[in-house]
Design a protein around this ligand. Structure first.
Ligand SMILES: Cc1ncc(COP(=O)(O)O)c(C=O)c1O
Length: 418
């Protein structure tokens, strides 16, 4: 094994084909940002674009802007850009609402598909015990509305494929685990689901923009995901919905709003869904938020997802190697998969004092985050994370531990957001 030195890190940055992409972001001085898996960084174009949208489009053009600037089709335009990134066809993705709401809409829509609704044997919603809580909460809330017809069955990640059978209506699967960064094999699980007659609703929140995703090629039928993580759309950015073309004609949303109507400005009292993916829209989209998400997506212009993936794995390999070398014996244990095929774009380290350690790191400019019960999460966002950042971050971690800096009482106070 080659010992990683600061010089090697600098050389890796010099050789990095994505190094110029960092200039597309406004990043504060003296911060090593390793939390783009939670909130992506601010693209340089976002402020001016939003200013223009506010002053020129909204301020000057007022209501006319809906036509003049084609605001009305913004959710679909963004959806088509996402489709290109995620291996779907134009007209299969639309930007809308939050991920939580989209989970509700798509899960309800899936359960209403005739093959599921009419088959009383299929009354299990399958998911992972460690799935992101909002995914599970949405399934629970929907089930209550449906008169508790369904049982929510939670299994370990490696039991998902084996648990799909003739009783399972829908499997709700997050492609990459938010705690460990464990990555599922989407194609393999789609095959297992197909054989069992189960439908999968994928949550791509921790993969879109970080890992190459091929929705069509892998046989995925439904997906949702966040716009504010690797896609850099800003806090609370619109999320998105994917429904494969073949499923769309039979797909009903329970939130049948006027923006999903086939002719919203006919103002008909009867709901009739739009023919395509637009039926998943409910109400008026936030144009400012759409504009910011559009800037986030533009930060991927001319960037191949293969190059992103290659750099992501190189960054996390280097971080792990440096942790092994410089922080051995300091109480850290990496819970992320060693295998590349099973690892998304983050590393998580368990530590007895994880919360306080992370606060001490943040105070020194190394920004990751904390997840229950004892995890320090470090996200690698190849568009702006450098190899030298990885080196410097590990040196700060070592110093914080060696000086016991985390023991300071101020690092033990729990903030609302961790
Ligand atoms: C896997 C996953 N799904 C959903 C969400 C949250 O969705 P929302 O944007 O509705 O808060 C998160 C947030 O971190 C997430 O990690």
């Amino acid at each position: 094994m080659i010992t990683v030195t600061k010089l090697i890190c600098a050389q890796r940055d010099a050789d990095d084909p994505l190094r110029h992409i960092r200039e597309r972001f406004e990043l504060p001085e003296n911060v090593i940002y390793l939390d783009g898996n939670s909130l992506g960084a601010l693209p340089r174009t976002t402020s001016a674009t939003l200013q223009n949208t506010i002053r020129q489009q909204w301020g000057n053009d007022l209501i006319r802007a809906w036509n003049k600037h084609d605001w009305v089709n913004f959710p679909k335009r963004i959806g088509d850009k996402l489709a290109q990134m995620l291996g779907a066809a134009p007209g299969e993705i639309v930007a809308a609402d939050s991920t939580s709401i989209n989970i509700f809409k798509l899960l309800a829509g899936a359960l209403e598909l005739p093959a599921i609704r009419n088959n009383k044997q299929r009354r299990v919603i399958l998911s992972e015990a460690g799935n992101f809580p909002t995914d599970l909460y949405m399934a629970q809330g929907l089930n209550v509305l449906l008169g508790n017809q369904y049982t929510l069955k939670l299994v370990a990640a490696d039991q998902l494929a084996a648990s799909m059978n003739e009783t399972v209506a829908v499997a709700l699967i997050t492609q990459a685990d938010y705690c460990s960064g464990h990555l599922h094999d989407m194609a393999a699980l789609n095959v297992a689901a197909h054989q069992a007659g189960t439908r999968i609703l994928w949550d791509l929140s921790h993969t879109a923009g970080a890992v190459p995703v091929s929705l069509n090629e892998s046989g995925a039928e439904m997906a949702v995901g966040c716009g504010y993580k690797y896609l850099n759309g800003g806090p609370g950015a619109p999320a998105y919905c994917y429904v494969a073309r073949a499923l769309q004609p039979n797909f009903a949303t329970p939130l049948a709003g006027w923006f999903g109507h086939q002719a919203p400005f006919a103002f008909s009292p009867e709901y009739a869904p739009a023919p395509g993916i637009e039926r998943l829209l409910a109400g008026t989209p936030s144009i400012l938020a759409m504009q910011a998400l559009d800037c986030g997506l533009a930060s991927f212009d001319d960037v191949s997802m293969q190059a992103v993936r290659q750099k992501s794995l190189a960054l996390s390999d280097m971080f792990w190697a440096l942790m092994d070398e410089h922080c051995a014996g300091l109480g850290f244990h990496c819970v992320s998969p060693r295998e590349h095929a099973e690892r998304a774009s983050q590393l998580s380290f368990a530590h007895e004092h994880a919360y306080a350690v992370m606060q001490a790191l943040i105070d020194r400019g190394v920004v990751g985050d904390f997840r229950q019960p004892n995890l320090l999460r470090f996200g690698f966002t190849p568009l702006y994370t450098r190899f030298i950042d990885v080196w410097n971050a590990v040196m700060v971690i070592r110093d914080v531990m060696q000086a016991s800096a985390w023991q300071d009482a101020k690092y033990h106070h729990r903030n609302a957001v961790t």
